[in-house]
Design a protein around this ligand. Sequence first.
Ligand SMILES: O=C1CCCN[C@@H]1CCCn1cnc2ccccc2c1=O
Length: 485
Amino acid sequence: GLGLSFKKDENFGEWYSEVVVNGEMIEYYDISGCYIIRPWAMSIWEIMQTFFDAEIKKMKIKNCYFPLFVSPGVLEKEKDHIEGFAPEVAWVTKSGQSDLEVPIAIRPTSETVMYPYYSKWIRGHRDLPLKLNQWCNVVRWEFSNPTPFIRSREFLWQEGHTAFATKSEADTEVLDILELYRRIYEEFMAVPVIKGKKSELEKFAGGLYTTTVEAFVPNSGRGIQGATSHCLGQNFSNMFDITFENEKGEKAKAWQNSWAYTTRTIGVMVMVHGDDKGLVLPPKVASVQVIVIPVPYKDADTQGIFDACNATVETLSEAGIRAEADFRDNYSPGWKYSHFEMKGVPLRIEIGPKDLANNQVRAVRRDSGAKIDLPRASLVEQVKEILDKIQESLFEAAKQRRDACIQTVKTWDEFVEALGQRKMILAPWCDEVEVEKDVKARTKGEMGAAKSLCSPMEQPEMSEGTICFASGKPAKKWTYWGRSY
Ligand SMILES: O=C1CCCN[C@@H]1CCCn1cnc2ccccc2c1=O
């Protein structure tokens, strides 16, 4: 029957797997780590894509499409780009009955697919900046526990790959894109994130530096990388000979960035906002923001109720609100209430005989359960107001829960205690790779080791003489640590 068999606060992993299926976002697939993305989730992806695509077009970034297949030569072009990732690369070795002469890799990311052509297309400084993006799927044959949206062997993303004449142009774009990622999480998904820089150990090895928006999942006490924007420096232009003749006629190497967000965003939103009745969708990303349910009564004016429902959907739709009605007569109103709560529709409108008589509707908020009677005369403004209120309160509630999980520490003992309490830990750190490796080694356990999540762009005051929580050396920067996905 309806309803979840797992409680979010008791069996988070099982709750999550059940809610994405019962909420009709995901269907499990017969190949491990692969999932079917159903319309209820695909529409969320499309709403974000519409926003992000419009924003990058304002930045004169153009969409393109490169092949899915990578020839082995270029993939292995540079060791420390591919090292560590190689086991995740999926290969095509046959077609039909016959083996391929040379196996072909399926793209896990597209640097090595695209950059030989960047080298060909970029000759002079007038060919710069070259700014391309592609919306596509990538495959990474991971073995750690697959989780719908969060960790899958194939996922959808956009990957931006840009080339500039100067470092400062690249540095600026890295942060412009990171701000778009913050907006995706905070303005659309209503999920608070922290903008920061990855440590040397956690950054993309092939790049110069990595910036990130870090989210946090209170129920698991784990941080999660929300999206990344890398400055690649001149590492790839050295590798792929992406050079240009600058204004002084000298040969110069391009400065490059690459940046991505993925379908993981949907999983983070589900984890943060979902409850024991099912999904809770922020109105900005809900393909149905208002569901209208007729509540006919045995001898009441059923046609009048149906007409009022149709008129309500019309009026709201004309005002740009995504509204639908459910007239199915093989389901009871009660069944429909539970069904659309499971799907996380932000606002339900019920119309029964009394509402009809009073020329009003009964609105019910999914996030708080609050019931509000709305006169039909001022319906549009009030529904818009309520939807905005839902969006805002989802963000505020998530921010409060996330902030309650942040612990600032100064010493190793405080760190270990906070980690045991599944916190996101802000600690003064000496920023040395060996020390980070040491923290990982000392916190290894069945829950997984702690790692650095990011050094926040907004650095709190660090008083003179502050020492690193893990090494006792002079601390250089405040850094967030924790277990992560
Ligand atoms: O994040 C981004 C943003 C979009 C473009 N790519 C960068 C860096 C990807 C890093 N990465 C991640 N997994 C991989 C898996 C197999 C082979 C290579 C890789 C790999 O290079």
